[in-house]
Design a protein around this ligand. Structure first.
Ligand code: SF4
Length: 72
């Protein structure tokens, strides 16, 4: 049986402005470091969190958070 390709969060560390909004919307996969920059969980986005992950990426004011298909 073929399964769908895992999806991962991807951060543009240059574009990120440490607003912290993403962590508020997706605390299951994002935590903030001491400067307020996000640290992403090193695992694919589970299916039950995909909608939340999409919302967090769409809400990023700096367009620094994306979702990508994990082809590795
Ligand atoms: S919402 Fe965007 S700019 Fe703000 S911390 Fe998250 S990735 Fe960075």
């Amino acid at each position: 049986m073929r399964t769908s390709t895992p999806t991962r969060l991807k951060l543009d560390p240059i574009g990120c402005r440490a607003h912290g909004l993403c962590e508020e919307l997706l605390p299951e996969l994002i935590s903030l470091d001491e400067w307020g920059y996000p640290m992403l969980a090193d695992r694919p986005v589970p299916p039950e969190l995909l909608a939340h992950a999409r919302r967090a990426a769409a809400a990023c004011p700096a367009l620094a958070l994306r979702l990508r298909q994990d082809t590795t």
